[in-house]
Write a protein that binds this ligand. Structure first.
Ligand code: PXP
Length: 248
């Protein structure tokens, strides 16, 4: 039997990072989201950070209003963000750590250490009809805590694995890979839906796609980087043609 379709969520945060470097409206994260959907993305992810360093409130409102595919809102577990999520009603919300004290050493949300706050936020988002996931390291303790607070979905943090591979620390990479593999299996056995993301590129996404428990990947930085590198030739050629036309 073949594994279920692996959904690809495209994170457009860094389109907003580039826009904000100049102010104004270009490039537009909503336009980038439309391009990603036309190219085969199953959904769009955006992180509304407390300091609004990339995605802004009106981007979230437009992503929700204008996209034909599901919006996954990444957010801190704060009152302000819960209010925005409830008002926007995205398809999904992924709770992520924004402050040092909210995360474990592996970079994910410390669900085990913040049981009370997170349980209440998960419950309120679920009451608003939003599918909630928790961005955690593939640690049994955190996975069990996710079940205990009533989250239906986890997103496994793949950053440590990707970093170890990029730095050619092969034994660390192997240990991280095993942690992800076993964590995905445990989470599935406990009834959670399993997603993964952070730091994925073409090769690591291909490798992780072999784990049948994982049904969604969320990928941003690498894709936007590729778009800049590969899209530059097209942009320069179009500019060349424009100025040549003007000169003629
Ligand atoms: N998943 C979550 C929960 C994230 O916070 C991020 C980064 O915003 C990603 C996936 C995507 O990571 P990257 O931009 O490294 O692909």
């Amino acid at each position: 039997m073949s594994a279920p379709h692996l959904r690809l969520g495209v994170n457009v945060d860094h389109v907003a990072t580039i826009r904000n470097a100049r102010g104004g409206h270009h490039p537009d994260p909503v336009g980038a989201a439309q391009i990603a959907i036309e190219a085969g993305a199953d959904g769009i992810t955006a992180h509304l950070r407390e300091d609004r360093r990339h995605i802004r409130d009106d981007d979230i409102a437009r992503l929700k209003a204008e996209l034909a595919k599901p919006l996954n809102l990444e957010m801190a577990a704060t009152e302000e963000m819960v209010r925005i999520a409830a008002a926007t009603a995205p398809h999904a919300a992924c709770l992520v750590p924004e402050r040092r004290e909210e995360r474990t050493t592996e970079g994910g949300l410390d669900v085990a250490g913040q049981h009370e706050v997170l349980a209440s936020v998960v419950a309120r988002l679920r009451e608003a009809g939003i599918r909630v996931s928790l961005f955690i390291a593939a640690e049994p303790r955190q996975i069990q805590a996710a079940v205990a607070i009533g989250a239906p979905v986890i997103e496994i943090h793949t950053g440590a694995w990707c970093d170890a591979l990029a730095d050619k620390r092969m034994s660390a990479a192997q240990a991280e890979w095993e942690r992800i593999r076993h964590g995905a299996q445990l989470a599935r056995r406990l009834g959670l839906e399993v997603h993964a993301g952070h730091g994925l590129n073409f090769a690591t996404a291909e490798a992780i796609a072999a784990l049948p428990e994982i049904v969604e990947l969320n990928i941003g930085h690498f894709l936007i980087g590729e778009a800049v590198s590969r899209g530059l030739a097209h942009a320069v050629k179009t500019m060349r043609a424009s100025i040549d036309r003007g000169r003629a």
